[in-house]
Ligand binder design. Sequence first.
Ligand code: KIV
Ligand code: NA
Length: 265
Amino acid sequence: YKRITVKTLIDMKAHGEKISMLTAYDYTMAKIVDGAGIDVILVGDSASNVMAGHETTLPITLDQMIYHASSVVRAIDRALVVVDLPFGSYQSDPKEALRSAIRIMKESGGHAVKLEGGKEVKESIKRILNAGIPVMGHLGLTPQSIYKFGTYTVRAKEEEEAERLLEDAKILERIGCFAIVLEKIPAALAKQVAESVSIPIIGIGAGNGVDGQVLVLHDMLGMTHEFHPRFLRRYLNLYEDMTTAISQYVDDVKTCDFPNDSEQY
Ligand code: KIV
Ligand code: NA
C-alpha cells in the first residue's frame, strides 16, 4: 500500500492482513515510525502522560492535541494519522463534538479522529461522520473515565459488561465507524467482537484474535520504565541506553574529553 486510508484498513481486515498501529506525538518520532512501515499512527491523548507528565489523560487540551497532531502530520508519507479527541472536547453535546473534530481536521491535517465510548456518544459520532470525518471508536478500558472506574484493571470480565461491550461495538459499526480500539479486555471477548463486526478491531491488551495491535511508542521502546502491564512487549530498553549515553556525555564534559581535536573548528 502506498498511502494508508480508512478504506485500506477495512480491506486489510477483509484479506486477513493484520494492522500495525503505534502512537507518536512529535515530528522526529513520527518520521521514524512512518519510515519503518507502520500502518496507523495514533496521536493519542496518552500525550498527557507521556509528553506532559500528567497522571491521567484528562488534563490535555484540544489546542495541545492539535499541536502534537500537526507535528506528526508534517512527518508522515504513508501512515494514516488518527487523532484523539481529548476529554471535555466532545462529551457535552454533538455540536461541540463536531466543532472539536473539525478543528482537529483543519488545524492539524490529521486524517481521522478517535473518541471513547459506545452508545452514550452515538449522536456525537454520527454528527462527526456526517461532516465527512472518519471516526475510530474506543471501548473497554477508556482512560478518560478513570475516575468512574477507579482502577486501570481489565474490563468486561463479567457477563453483563461483556454483553454491553459487544452491543456497543455493533452500534459503532452500524453508525459508520471505520475501526474500533479495544483496550484491556479478555482475549476471548475481543476475538468474539472481531468476529462479530466487519470493521477492523485494534487491540491493546486484548489478545491475538483481533485485526491489529496498538502500543504506546514510548512504552514499547522501553523509554518509560515504571509501567509494565502484561500486554506490553518491550522491543528496546531505551531508558537504560539513554541513561548510559547521557551519563557518558556528562562524564566526557566534566573530564574535558569532549570535544576533542576533530570535534572543533
Ligand atoms: O491515547 C492512547 O495512546 C490510546 C491508545 C492506548 C489506544 O488511546
Ligand atoms: Na487515548
